[in-house]
Design a protein around this ligand. Sequence first.
Ligand code: ATP
Length: 768
Amino acid sequence: MAESVRRLLGKPGAVDLRPYTKLLPAIEAEEEGLRELSDGELTEKAIDLGYAELPYSQNDLVSLCAVGREAARRTLDERPFDVQLLGVMALLDGHVAEMATGEGKTLAGTLAAAGFALRGKRVHVLSVNDYLARRDAEWMGPLYAMLGVTVGSVSEESTVDERKQAYGCDVTYAAVSELGFDVLRDRMVTDVDDRVVPEPHVAIIDEADSVLVDEARVPLVLAGAAEAVAADVEMADVVRGLKPRLHYEVDGEGRNVQLTDAGIDAVEKALGGVDLYSEDDTSVLPQVNLALHAHVLLQRDVHYVVRDGEVRLINESRGRIALLQRWPDGLQAAVEAKEKVAVSQTGEVLDSITVQSLVLRYPTLAGMTGTAMSVAEQLREFYELEVAVVPSNKPNVREDHGALLYATREEKEDALVAKVEEIHKTGRPILIGTQDVAESELLAERLRAAGLESVVLNAKNDADEASIIAEAGTYGAITVSTQMAGRGTDIRLGGSDMTDRDRVVETGGLFVMGFGRYPSSRLDGQLRGRAGRQGDPGDSIFFVSMDDDLLVNHAPETTGYKTTADGEITDEGWLAMVDHAQRVSEGQLLEVHRNTWRYNKLIDVQREVVLEHRELVLSSGQGDRHVAADRRERHEELVEELDADEVARAAKLITLYHLDRGWTDHNAFLSELREGIHLRYLGRRDPLDEFNREAVPVFKGFLDGARARAAESFEELEVVDGELDVSSVGVKRPSMTWTYMVHDHPFSSALETLVGRLKGGRGTSNGD
Ligand SMILES: Nc1ncnc2c1ncn2[C@@H]1O[C@H](COP(=O)(O)OP(=O)(O)OP(=O)(O)O)[C@@H](O)[C@H]1O
């Protein structure tokens, strides 16, 4: 079989592309006939496809692709390649289309979105950030218009009216987080008209692996105003004076830290002779532990950066600043105290939703990414999604070299610098991927010392991301980047305007070097994928050392190897160990994901019950009916004195208040339960069973409790100036709300587990 044909058939284990491939000739034939049509006629043809329901018949699918292709050619001057159409068809069937970097996912996603929209579905195209949401909606606007489909986008700055308008379009582009926050805010409204997000139909997720796997466990949180916690500057000062090993010990993986006896004495003395383990005052020890955690385990420029006087977390999966993310309040304040910056606002969690629950609201899901196959199992397990591996338009000629392994970090660095020197001489552009911000800066310095100037792209300057990355393919450029590596922005050989393309192609194209392998092979693949776009030449290689975190934490053996004079380990067995360590790390990440999901399932079920009930109160007068039944006399009296509508209004507000209040409290209870249970059952019973055993009965009385409290409040309502004054019975909405993402999911991560343990009291090893 010819290679070109085989490439179009698909990969084993993935969706069979043959049914799509066989439609390609028909699409091309139909397309020819469309050339004669006027723009208006082409739009009509598109709209005519809306005559039936989904799914598309084969004939209609052919028409859709032909019309879409012709419209793209006219509006964007880009005629979708066959492989892009395979992507479109896979998306329309609700799959994750794996398409390599630079293959034009944006355009494929657009034709699929239009396809769904033409058949009456509302489509949300979810991007990883506001910038991409806005860019794609604007870029693809003319194409949508020609297909008779309306499009809008939502960003952090959008007003309520702008949001309503954008969500009112057939296709809406939004960052996942922004959509999540809108969903959360909608859950708190007291008037149906204040809601902005319509009922979910279809979501097409860009960078699907990042969103559905890496970020799946990140909860988006809606918080309401409360008092700020006092910054514990004193604690930060006390722990600053402690010495490693003497006063505290860090466990093997750098995930837990614990005071030694000498440390306990030192802290007690520094705090003026308190007893950290006093039964009477248990509030001091958790504070000390939080300060210690902030001081020892969270490193500036690795876990966070300080910018504009604020502590900003670095999103580990993407290496960029996570604008809205923060640690759970106590820890956030402790880090802020450590860095001596103002303590940010804290509040009560009103509600939260994980990215996973957010996207599972959609009856139809589809996604696109450059790296999906390696998480195919997770996509199937958590989302019932299959991966369609769409071949590249031109064969990939990038050369991916095996890893080079060194004994120490210094030797690895020397080897990388030598390689950069050698390659740079030829004018070949080089992109170096690092694990974190601190490393990218050190490496850039090291290169400078060797006379090699580089541009650094990391979480500290992510505003310039698009322009820096766009120039990474320029002749002679050396770019050092953390994992963010400008996903979504093309690296064109010869610079963004490609003027110098031929000269750069001559040199061999972009050379990608990884400074250490990432915790998952998928992240390695993303870095490699920056080179070799659209059949470009390119190379990729990774430099690894035995003291890289990946090996230290996950390799079964780290001693006993032989090295060459420059510290290289060439033995196959040791090289295989690197892959092994990465697989162990991947397994751990999966376990964490699975665990979080199991916990959230129960919470989601309970939340659904509350939301269903809330809906009845909000839109069908359930609150009024209940108080009328529970407090008949008072209800009749008030209806007579005022009027039925006014009474119903107050009953609704009171009922919603008690439901929301109850849910906020229940949420707090569940978080405490999770933390506590993990402590109590560490290593003994399945904590999930225990969690369910305790959480289920507590919820049983939830709705009745809220109803009873609403009835009580109703009884006590006062009439002020001819109106029912709900504030007289304490009914208040939060005076302000704000949103953020928790960096790591409660309970699922070592970090949060630790916070749980800290709250629980003493050390980590005995768990009491
Ligand atoms: N059919 C086409 N013909 C010509 N150019 C195209 C075509 N499709 C896409 N392009 C161009 O290819 C470039 C890459 O497209 P796009 O940004 O959508 O890629 P991507 O697959 O999303 O890559 P990344 O993984 O970097 O996000 C864009 O400049 C786009 O204009």
